[in-house]
Design a protein around this ligand. Structure first.
Ligand code: LRH
Length: 474
């Protein structure tokens, strides 16, 4: 039977990667070709993407990948570059953790009530949504000169091919896509002062974008639109059977929710800040953002501790439930002194302040497990979808303590893996488009389940005990 060779470019906060895969009906073999830093750079008081350095690393990685039939790119949501009338990039794209959006949600809600924004877009309120980033930039010369907005994977695909477009799963994170019609919410854009003409035509995961141009020096390889929102690719790569599952895409963020076939737009859903992002094949990713392993990554940076394993072993020996924080408190969003912010949150809620890295890490993992529990309970209650199992994918699937604590807190079995779900989802959508895999999403997931290692964690203890811990934060 036919097989394909496919390359996936996956740009995460911890690193950027180029992966190569061989794919066929019974074959899914992934190799990491290149891994490079994706470090935000503060310049002139603004936190930026280092986009040219990334582009160069991507080209080098693609060259090392050898001949492939197709290339796909995914990255995190919401961030974008602006092109001028000549098709040139205007400035370095700004990173979503930059403080320029402070106070902008409140400013926009005075113009557009929260109820209306949710009814129109179905999106969670996060200060970094593209809509708020653009409002923060509303009076800049750069926005005045802009003719085209490209989300980051679309910008890189534009450099590779010369083709312009907005891939739908990532477009759904901008808060500028109409949740009912699936078209750009042009009226909303106008109302908040964003020129709707900068929003390019939409494209679907699986559509060909174009062919690599000469700068790449790699010949006329096809570039395919994947689920270019990393979380959407990760959800494709979940090795689930049927529909009674919750997923937790666990990396810098924990994205926790269920897959639905229609959005949930109720007042309760809005109050719980659940988001309806677009998945492949008309699915809805109904989920909540939990601050995730960012809390730990920022502690490691401050401690100068590159190795996570010793910290996790020490945290496993440290007593649980001593102190918990609300990981979703916006104070934790920007880069900075994370251990100090965690200590302050414990002090404020009258709990013991963690005195050692081990205690701090234990506090982070207990708090994440608790937030995972709340999100999974809320997702079921708000959507009516019941689940029997939690699939943890992404780097967090390697974190045994977090997987076990999440199983315990949820009172549900956890299946952990694959770690590379995002790259796999990226690859599967390309392989399907090339015609080497079946048409159904369920078949893509069967292939992941049959080829990738998954570990299982059985819930221990009484999950209701976690409610008492949650009460400390109420
Ligand atoms: C995860 C992610 C998430 C978004 C955030 C900005 O990488 O894409 O889905 O909410 O980054």
């Amino acid at each position: 039977t036919a097989t394909a060779r496919v390359a996936a470019v996956d740009l995460g906060a911890a690193s950027g990667r180029v992966m190569a895969a061989r794919v066929g009906p019974d074959l899914l073999e992934l190799t990491e070709v290149a891994r490079f830093a994706n470090t935000a750079v503060r310049a002139g008081g603004t936190l930026h993407w280092d986009v040219l350095s990334l582009y160069r690393s991507i080209l080098d990685g693609l060259r090392d990948a050898g001949p492939v039939d197709s290339i796909g790119i995914d990255s995190w949501a919401v961030d974008y570059g602006l092109l001028d009338a000549d098709g040139r990039l205007l400035g370095n794209p700004v990173h979503y953790r930059d403080s320029r959006t402070d106070g902008v949600i409140e400013q926009v809600l005075r113009q557009v009530p929260a109820e209306r924004l949710y009814a129109a877009t179905g999106l969670q309120l996060q200060p970094f949504n593209t809509l708020f980033q653009l409002v923060a930039a509303r009076d800049t010369a750069q926005l005045a000169a802009a003719r085209t907005l490209l989300l980051m994977p679309d910008l890189l695909a534009y450099w590779l091919t010369g083709e312009i477009g907005a891939e739908r799963t990532n477009a759904s994170t901008t808060q500028l896509l109409d949740v009912n019609s699936g078209t750009w919410a042009a009226e909303l854009a106008v109302q908040v002062g964003i020129p709707p003409g900068i929003l390019p035509p939409l494209r679907e995961p699986g559509q060909p974008i174009g062919v690599l141009n000469a700068d790449a020096g790699l010949g006329p390889v096809r570039v395919t639109a994947v689920a270019s929102h990393d979380t959407a690719s990760a959800v494709v790569g979940v090795p689930a059977r049927g529909e009674r599952f919750a997923y937790l895409s666990c990396g810098t963020w924990s994205l926790v929710g269920v897959e639905l076939d229609r959005p949930v737009l109720t007042g309760q859903s809005r109050a719980a800040n659940f988001t309806n992002e677009v998945g492949v094949d008309g699915t809805v990713r109904y989920l909540r953002n939990v601050m995730g392993l960012w809390l730990l990554q920022e502690c490691q940076r401050v401690w100068g501790e590159d190795e996570v394993e010793p910290l996790l072993r020490a945290a496993a020996r440290s007593p649980g439930f001593r102190s918990v924080i609300d990981p979703d408190d916006p104070v934790f969003l920007p880069p900075g002194d994370m251990p100090a912010r965690i200590a302050e949150a414990c002090r404020r809620t009258g709990q013991p302040v963690p005195g050692t890295p081990a205690e701090t890490v234990r506090c982070i993992l207990d708090s994440l497990a608790l937030a995972h529990r709340a999100a999974i309970l809320d997702a079921q209650r708000l959507s009516g979808r019941e689940v029997d199992v939690v699939h943890i994918v992404g780097g967090g699937a390697r974190n045994e303590l977090l997987c076990q604590l999440t199983a315990d807190a949820c009172g549900l079995p956890v299946l952990a893996g694959p770690v590379e779900a995002t790259a796999l989802g990226n690859i599967l959508v390309q392989a399907r488009a090339l015609g080497v895999l079946g048409a159904e999403l369920a078949e893509l997931r069967d292939l992941v389940r049959n080829t990738q290692p998954v570990r299982s964690f059985t819930p221990q203890g009484d999950s209701a005990a976690w409610s008492a811990v949650a009460a400390r934060l109420a």
